[in-house]
Design a protein around this ligand. Structure first.
Ligand SMILES: Nc1nc2c(c(=O)[nH]1)N[C@H]1C(S)=C(S)[C@@H](COP(=O)(O)OP(=O)(O)OC[C@H]3O[C@@H](n4cnc5c(N)ncnc54)[C@H](O)[C@@H]3O)O[C@H]1N2
Ligand code: MOO
Length: 394
């Protein structure tokens, strides 16, 4: 059995370099930008009014000022400023050269084509040309295209981007007891949940997922499923990883020529994890217990999918304070489902009393996974600990 950190290094080594593809910007949200991009224009391209009102020269205040033209967004005024004048102006419109202030229409009295400024705003209400970005400004590669970045690149007049192709991930759950959600389980059958949960984890970090049909505990059927995954970047199997007579994944992977990176990790849950590669297809064999599968998905699969897109493995662990005393740890690194509450300085964390790796309900409630190193001694309430925040829970 190897340590979690060594296993993670071996898993990350399964990722090849990210594969580039060029996409219209409109389809690139959530992808990783591979090449830096430079703004093709300056924003705003002209001094622009931030308000609806009147453009004027501060030297002439408070007026009266004769209104000699109008500048609206998309319809600039093409005259030039002269003393004692103002321009009717609207938000987003170019401020004509020579005017250095825009006053809100609410602060102005208008009579017979002239205005007098009653209240003057503190700022100029003018957005200077280029105050957002200038032509040639660079957006660095290697980052996920968030909604804000998509908007920024659009404003920079970028129509296409070179991004990492979404890793193609095939997910294969198996076991004679499994039927899909919506089925009417017969005695001895349960609903397959792992494939859906793992698919959701994979999609959440950018994968394009194919969930293969559930496989029975049958070597020939598993062989077929493995073959169906060829052409993907990663096959994630779930279940059949242990030592029972029906745990066939290791055998089938060997027949498929797996070059195994490791089998079994000193972690809890998740001990019977397997990793390797079959030619171009990386493989992770997750244990079948639902919580074990999810923990391995979080600790190994998501970092691998991120690495396949050229991203760093993920967020560092966060710090919390123990809300209560806990006993010593055994020989495996332990990931405990826990509640995370606000605390005076750092969050307070309370592991659930029951850590049975089949209890998905506790996984769904957990706000984090308390991470305890192998052999960690007993700890007192208030001590600092590491945890992996989980979305959703509390
Ligand atoms: N003699 C030993 N037995 C077990 C060991 C061991 O070291 N020696 N390890 C235990 C540990 S730890 C784990 S984790 C499990 C892993 O077993 P498998 O990966 O072979 O998983 P299965 O036997 O296929 O299933 C375990 C459990 O999970 C349920 N399951 C499986 N797939 C799904 C699914 N898609 N959706 C919902 N639930 C699923 C399955 O019905 C079983 O209840 O082995 C221990 N045993
Ligand atoms: O590795 Mo098992 O996951 O402890 O239930």
């Amino acid at each position: 059995m190897i340590a979690v950190d060594d296993a993670l290094s071996l898993v990350l080594a399964l990722a090849g370099p990210p594969r580039p593809e060029t996409l219209p910007l409109a389809e690139a949200a959530g992808r990783v930008l591979l090449q830096p991009v430079r703004a093709r224009l300056t924003q705003p391209p002209f001094d622009a009014s931030a308000m609806d009102g009147y453009a004027m020269r501060t030297a002439d205040l408070p007026g009266p000022l004769r209104v000699i033209g109008t500048s609206a967004a998309g319809h600039p005024w093409d005259g030039s400023a002269s003393p004692g004048t103002a321009i009717r102006i609207f938000t987003g419109a170019p401020v004509p050269a020579g005017y250095d202030h825009v006053e809100l229409q609410e602060n102005v009295d208008l009579a017979e084509g002239s205005i007098t400024v009653r209240d003057r705003s503190n700022g100029s209400n003018i957005r200077a040309q280029g105050n957002d970005f200038a032509e040639g400004d660079e957006i660095a590669g290697g980052q996920v295209l968030t909604p804000a970045l998509i908007g920024l690149l659009a404003a920079m007049n970028i129509a296409e981007v070179t991004v990492a192709r979404a890793p193609r991930v095939a997910i294969l759950a198996g076991g004679d007891e499994l039927v899909p959600p919506g089925a009417d389980p017969r005695p001895g059958q349960i609903i397959s949940s792992n494939d859906l949960a793992i698919a959701a984890l994979a999609r959440a970090c950018g994968a394009e997922v194919t969930v293969l049909p559930l496989a029975r505990d049958d070597e020939a059927e598993l062989q077929d499923r493995f073959k169906a995954a060829r052409g993907c970047d990663l096959l994630v199997t779930i279940g059949g990883a242990s030592v029972g007579d029906h745990d066939l994944i290791g055998k089938v992977a060997a027949e498929q020529g797996i070059e195994q990176s490791f089998y079994k990790v000193r972690m809890r849950p998740g001990k019977p994890l397997m990793a390797g590669r079959m030619a171009d297809l990386a493989m992770l064999g997750l244990p079948g217990n639902p919580v074990s599968a999810m923990v391995c998905g979080l600790i190994f699969m998501q970092p691998l999918i991120r690495a396949m897109q050229g991203l760093a493995p993920g967020e560092a662990l966060a710090k919390a304070r123990l809300a209560e005393d806990i006993g010593p740890e055994g020989p495996r690194q332990h990931y405990l489902r826990a509640r995370v509450h606000p605390g005076p300085d750092l969050p307070l964390i309370t592991p659930f009393a029951d850590q049975d790796s089949a209890r998905l309900s506790l996984m769904a409630q957990a706000g984090g996974l308390l991470v305890r190193p192998a052999g960690d001694p007993a700890r007192r309430a208030g001590e600092l600990v590491d945890y992996l925040p989980l979305p959703g829970g509390n």
